[in-house]
Ligand binder design. Structure first.
Ligand SMILES: Nc1ncnc2c1ncn2[C@@H]1O[C@H](COP(=O)(O)OP(=O)(O)OP(=O)(O)O)[C@@H](O)[C@H]1O
Length: 597
């Protein structure tokens, strides 16, 4: 039994006993190694007592106290090396017993006549006291062993949890996240909650848990929830289960599955392929079609891709499609948002770390995402937000195709990873300002693909809106047929700063609230287009001169666009006229005038 593991406590007890009884005290473990000692015995702490341990050995063996009135002369001391010349003037010892096993021994020693007198003044009182002290040490040892056992169970649980291919969170009664396995930390971009007992949920974490609890209430299965992570929305399948102890729910376990990954696995396991990895990207505008064409062409190579575009324009969707369409599709697609995680955490997430790399580092070290993405694709979202230090490390990986774990003393690990980076920021400007490395920029800018905002491809708005209407309608079991004219016009004219994500949210909201067959304008939760209140000066200031000169061209373009929109939505020219705010007759006249089909 590892009495030495609680050496500090044992020494404290020995010192307290020595002060109380004013004799010397020593405590040995079951191997008769001195664990604690006072006075003359102090120098021999953590050393074996071989040769002078016969009395203790007898006490350990018999499980009974031993009293030696004349050390060095007593027959029981005969085998001792100090027999005949012992410095001690008296000795009482008592075994320490835990769960029926003798795990050590406490010795009270006298080295002069005064101490001897005190030791033997009242043996009947001192023996029970000694036994109580032995019980105290035994209970400390028991406490320690229980703690070690618990830690061991926790560590085993942690290894198993971290190895799971599902994200797992536990939350307490106040919905505070208390545990998050490796995949959950990766999906959600959070630090390990178990490393900080006093941590509180961030606002976003509270929103996630609320969203999950609300999703439970809808009773829809499989249960799906959209969590806003960093700057993007991610869809998860989830389950939530209570952990009950003594009839009370103490915590909940939440299991999350990334919907995209589930679909990818189903495709792999089922052996069937999505007929076209790009079919999930909706849009027929020239701007998006061109981007899809380039992405499709480069999906078969391993070259680095740089996706640029505003938030919500589909950068992650494109990265996923490029991966699925290429030869790496059987490998993992790992994505990380470089802006959502603090620098130090991002470094260890990306590169992993070796055992003992920093305080709180997990025993045995940890694989980073570069290693996790081996033979697959690593999607580095919001690359423009990467710190200077990590830019250097990333550059090295791109050049050498090797990584070094944090604290790994330079040990290089080869990785075979295709990098797809993305940013909503202007990287050229960041380079010019000196906050993004020029060499890294050129390493990433191998195949640049710009994703257009919805404002640049308004003709796709209604197609996308109808797609979202169908999806959310099915999910909520609502039979919705479409949008009213006015609602369509609102969707078409809005500027969509949040792009496709914002559009999807607006439609989801509308589908939830709509009780008629068509989505009504009042269900479209976007600010109405400001027609009044824009001063003449302001209006003039935003119209460039060349456009003013080309008023005829602008009219022609507007009519063409309206015609395209209605044809995509299977609607009539009358609808186009309404969209343009002109009469049907005027529209026909203008179609003729502009020689439009
Ligand atoms: N062309 C599209 N067709 C269908 N859905 C789309 C399209 N573009 C984006 N989406 C959807 O819009 C949402 C946002 O897309 P995504 O996360 O890929 O954008 P992003 O550009 O990576 O955003 P961010 O820069 O904020 O991370 C997702 O739900 C995605 O499926």
């Amino acid at each position: 039994m590892p009495l030495h593991e609680i050496q500090e406590s044992v020494q404290q007890i020995a010192s307290a006993m020595a002060s109380a009884l004013r004799v010397e005290v020593e405590i040995a473990d079951h191997n008769l190694m001195r664990i604690a000692g006072t006075g003359r015995t102090e120098a021999g702490i953590l050393r074996t007592m071989a040769g002078e341990d016969h009395v203790y050995r007898a006490s350990l063996f018999d499980g009974r106290p031993v009293v030696i009135m004349n050390p060095g002369a007593d027959e029981r001391c005969r085998p001792c090396t100090h027999f005949g010349n012992c410095e001690e003037t008296g000795e009482i010892c008592c075994p320490i017993t835990l769960d029926g096993r003798n795990v050590g021994v406490i010795g009270l020693l006298a080295f002069d006549q005064e101490q001897r007198q005190r030791l033997f003044a009242d043996v009947d009182a001192i023996l029970p006291f000694l036994q109580k002290m032995a019980e105290l040490i035994a209970s400390k040892l028991k406490e320690h062993l229980t703690y070690v056992e618990q830690q061991l169970t926790l560590e085993k649980l942690r290894i198993v949890m971290d190895d799971l291919d599902k994200a797992m969170l536990t939350v307490d009664q106040s919905d505070r996240i208390v545990q998050a396995n490796q995949r959950a930390r990766h999906y959600l971009g959070i630090a390990d909650p178990s490393e900080n007992d006093n941590r509180r949920n961030t606002e976003q974490e509270t929103q996630w848990i609320q969203a999950i609890r609300q999703a439970v209430d809808t009773g829809v299965t499989p249960q799906k929830v959209v969590l806003h992570v960093g700057n993007s929305d991610k869809e998860f399948l989830f389950s939530i289960k209570p952990i009950q102890l003594a009839g009370t729910t103490r915590e909940w376990v939440i299991i999350l599955d990334d919907v995209h990954e589930v679909v990818a696995i189903a495709r792999q396991v089922g052996g069937f392929q999505h007929e076209d990895a790009f079919s999930q990207i909706v849009g027929t505008s020239p701007a998006i079609t061109q981007a899809i064409d380039v992405a499709r062409q480069v999906s078969t190579s391993d070259s680095t891709v740089l996706l640029t575009g505003e938030s919500g324009t589909g950068k992650e969707l494109f990265a996923d499609a490029i991966h699925q369409a290429g030869h790496r599709k059987k490998g993992p697609f790992v994505s990380i948002n470089c802006a959502a995680i603090p620098e130090q955490l991002l470094e260890s997430e990306l590169f992993g770390y070796e055992d003992g790399a920093f305080t709180g580092a997990r025993k045995g070290g940890k694989r980073g995402l570069f290693e996790a993405a081996d033979k697959g694709t690593l999607f580095l979202d919001e690359i423009g937000d990467m710190s200077a230090h990590l830019q250097v490390k990333l550059l090295r990986v791109l050049q050498e195709k090797q990584i070094a774990r944090v604290g790994g003393a330079g040990r290089a690990i080869s990785v075979d990873v295709r990098i797809i980076a993305a940013t909503h920021r202007n990287l050229e400007q960041l380079v010019a300002e000196g906050s993004f490395r020029t060499d890294l920029y050129y390493r990433l800018h191998v195949i640049p693909i710009h994703l257009p905002s919805l404002r640049e491809r308004r003709e796709d708005i209604l197609t996308l809106a109808n797609g979202f209407l169908r999806a959310h309608g099915e999910r909520l079991g609502k039979d919705l047929r479409g949008f009213t004219q006015e609602a369509q016009a609102m969707l078409f004219h809005h500027d969509w700063p949040g792009n496709v994500r914002e559009l999807a949210n607006v439609i989801e909201y509308a589908v939830n609230l709509e009780s008629t067959l068509l989505i009504q304008p009042e269900r479209i939760s976007i600010p109405a287009k400001k027609e009044q209140g824009v001063g003449v000066e302001e209006a003039e200031a935003v119209v460039p001169l060349d456009e003013l000169l080309n008023l005829k061209d602008r009219e022609r373009a507007a009519i063409r666009q309206a015609l395209k929109v209605v044809s995509l939505a299977n609607q009539s020219k009358e609808d186009a006229a309404r969209l343009l705010g002109i009469s049907r007759a005027t529209l026909f006249r203008k179609i003729k005038e502009h020689n439009l089909p």
